[in-house]
Design a protein around this ligand. Structure first.
Ligand SMILES: Nc1ncnc2c1ncn2[C@@H]1O[C@H](COP(=O)(O)OP(=O)(O)OP(=O)(O)O)[C@@H](O)[C@H]1O
Length: 410
């Protein structure tokens, strides 16, 4: 180990005050030169010390990095299946699905719960519980064992319901029929149309009807939230579906990962491209008559890369439009089913007054009408409450337009 250099001696001269001025001046000049000399030496030593400090810092950084990588390379991801007495737990390792009985460190024993995603070391002892932030899968996927949506909750799109049942439900419940006829069911179904028209509801309703696990992932999250992780998340998504068969994978906003390639070739584009390639290869790899069905949705059909629409991929397209007059009436009836609505409320009339409303907007109209009744201290909702609610929604909409116009013209 190198030792720090010793400090130079402090310059010292006895100057006789009796000396003649010129000699004293000469002596003082000599003293000044000694001081400058020592100062130079100290400066050199300081530079050396800085240099040494920098080298040590680099060494520490390198060792820290090595330490980190040693730690992380020995950790594997697993899911806690069961908790036994004596702080022992059963975990299932991801990837190979191996189940092991293992220990959990007393430090985190209290916190572990079945279903937690955890990091285990080489000997399977649980090291950490992956919290929501590190658990990208939990954040980006919505998993529902049995979504609480039935076909009877969807209004105005009967034809689309029929098509989805044929393309997604039947291959799950009746795979033999496809064998007998000798055709392959559609690989993937793409629902397209304006926002809030019931695309997600359709996918949930099929999952409910077939007792399949509903696994939803938003395309925008795949590319925005976890940059660099998109293709891994797609792999995880299919793995998760395989673990929970029968399953319905629902990819919302598929346009986020499958837009027509732009001219610019930024690294962001390359990442999106990789995510989409991973999705296509997963789809190419799975059995069309198997227990996993895949549905995607988009509001931007015009922007889609046609590569995803080829046979064997999203080869069944179903348009989900805004509801027509009868559709709006049906949706109003659905969303007021559980509400205390006066008999004189005329849904047909309200359907006439809500041209251009989506299903989601009709749902908020029903809630808004209920708010008017509450404000007026009534328990029953009247026709006028709906009329007032329409007026309020339209006023809000036009002030939004004014606000956004103000924004653009600033
Ligand atoms: N056809 C419909 N029948 C009944 N309710 C509907 C219908 N469409 C939309 N809704 C209501 O609007 C809500 C949102 O609908 P949903 O999420 O299915 O729309 P989406 O088409 O998937 O929209 P987005 O494209 O914005 O994801 C639903 O929870 C439901 O309450």
């Amino acid at each position: 180990m190198s030792r720090s250099p010793s400090l130079p001696d402090r310059p010292h001269r006895d100057i006789d005050p009796e000396l003649p001025d010129d000699e004293r001046l000469e002596a003082l000049r000599g003293h000044f030169e000694d001081i400058v000399d020592v100062n130079d030496q100290l400066e050199d030593q300081l530079d050396d010390a800085e240099e040494r400090r920098k080298r040590l810092r680099e060494k520490v950084d390198r060792v820290e990095r090595e330490n980190e990588s040693l730690k992380s390379s020995s950790l594997y991801i697993a899911t806690v299946e069961d908790i036994m007495d004596n702080d022992e737990v059963v975990v299932k390792q991801h990837g190979n699905n191996q189940e092991v009985l293992t220990d959990v460190s007393p430090r985190i024993a209290e916190e572990v719960e079945p279903g937690d995603r955890v990091a285990v070391n080489d000997s399977f002892a649980i090291q950490t519980i992956l919290n929501a932030e590190t658990d990208a899968r939990a954040q980006s996927m919505e998993i529902t064992e049995k979504p609480a949506v039935g076909y009877e909750d969807i209004g105005g799109i009967d034809e689309q319901v029929r098509e989805v049942r044929e393309a997604v439900e039947q291959p799950l419940t009746d795979p033999e029929i496809f064998d007998e006829v000798g055709i392959e069911p559609p690989s993937g179904v793409l629902l397209y149309g304006p926002p809030g028209t019931g695309k997600t509801m359709l996918a949930k309703a099929v999952a409910n009807k077939t007792d399949a696990t509903f696994i939803k992932m938003a395309g925008s999250e795949l590319v925005r939230k976890f940059i660099g992780e998109g293709s891994r998340l797609v792999r995880d998504l299919f793995e998760m579906a395989r673990e929970r068969e029968p399953a319905i994978i629902f990819i919302d906003e598929i346009d986020a990962i499958a837009t027509t390639r732009s001219e610019s070739k930024t690294s962001g584009d390359a990442e999106v491209q990789r995510t989409m390639m991973q999705l296509l290869s997963e789809m190419d790899g799975f059995e069309a008559r198997g227990e996993i069905r895949i549905i995607a949705a988009t509001n931007r059909f015009d922007m889609l890369d046609r590569a995803i629409l080829r046979p064997g991929r999203f080869d069944r397209l179903i348009e989900v439009p805004e509801p027509d007059r009868d559709g709006r009436e049906q949706i109003l009836e659905i969303h007021t089913r559980g509400m205390n609505v006066n008999d004189a409320v005329d849904f047909a009339d309200l359907a006439d007054d809500t041209t251009g409303y989506s299903g989601a907007e009709i749902e908020s109209l029903a809630t808004e009408a209920g708010m008017f009744a509450i404000r007026n201290e009534r328990e029953e909702i009247t026709h006028q409450d709906f009329v007032d609610a329409i007026e309020k929604i339209e006023d809000d909409d036009s002030s939004e337009v004014v606000a956004s116009a103000g924004y653009f013209y600033q």
